[in-house]
Design a protein around this ligand. Sequence first.
Ligand code: SF4
Length: 404
Amino acid sequence: MDPRSAYVHIPFCHRRCFYCDFPVVPLGDRADGASSGSIAAYLLLLHREIASSPAGPPLATVYLGGGTPSMLTGAQVAGILEALERRYGLAPGAELSLELDPASFDEARLADYLAAGINRVSLGGQSFDDRVLAELGRRHRGEDLREAAGWLRRARRRGELASWSLDLIQGLPRQGLAHWDGQLAEAIALEPPHLSVYDLSIEPGTVFERRLALGELALPPEDLAADLMDLTWGRLTAAGYGHYEVSNYALPGHASRHNRVYWSGAGWWGFGMGATGAPHGRRRAHPRTRAGYAEALASRAEAPAEDGEGMPFDERLMVGLRCREGVNLERLARQERLEPSLLDGLRRRLGDYERRGLLRVEGPRWRLADPEGLALSNGVLREMLAWWQELERPLPQAHPAPAP
Ligand code: SF4
């Protein structure tokens, strides 16, 4: 099926946060799309890529992520949407999302984004606590977050913005239950229709990785991390949010349609430096540097590492288990031509989790149980992956196609 979604990567940030390993280009605290030659040059490449990409049906979801897309002006965001519309068209009612970072935009710029057609915003708040934000290497402070959330609430009340999401990070250094409870209470009070709550993960090459190695990062122990997740679930579900994916909560009607495309296995286009797309289910990663991206664009080559690879079976399984809809195991096994012995082993393994109350079977579909399974999901998924690796073979091995 032709993709009906597009992810567009805007790689610029003011500075690199201490936990971040995304493909980003730090431009300094004062940089802005209105004056930056680097941003203008990148947008030229991005427009060239979109205009020269294979045609497809109108897009039902578009996500401008980063990086810090709110470093772009309203006109630059409008230009990207127009380029996508020229190439593919935008379906009626398309979800058009933009990531915003507090302190990188103001209310006037928000109005420009909405005038350009953006109808959903994802606000990268992470924390309300200035001490925590400084420790994360974030540029904004709690007051910037509260102010930006206020603009979004007002825009929604005026009917100019269909929905918005607030990102928070849990499991931070020295985070205790009382502190996290206060953070959740403050988030709920801002009435975001959608909340994404991510676990802090320590990525290779980051400042946090170095600090951890030096013993300077006191992360919550595993049992406290599980309690923090339970607290998140309890607080947010009590406030009316549905838990529709491990890290995502939404009021009725506000689940992200674009996120569901990733988790459902449906294809999407990826545009820009470091972007990953999966048109027709085949994953394609773009180079993570501007020079590499420009070079690849010149020859229309893709990054070699993942070029043309379908999403691996274990990843499709894990992605499916994370979703409330679950995964149809038999169908997935048929699609992947999984060997019967492997399918049996997998069924037994999943059965163990079901007996422990961590997985649930509904007809042909398996999914993480809710709430216990979702709260413990990272542990379950880690265990599952480790189990696959113990089989000492890449999974699944498709049966060779019969000779013609
Ligand atoms: S603002 Fe976001 S993308 Fe940019 S460095 Fe920080 S975490 Fe990474």
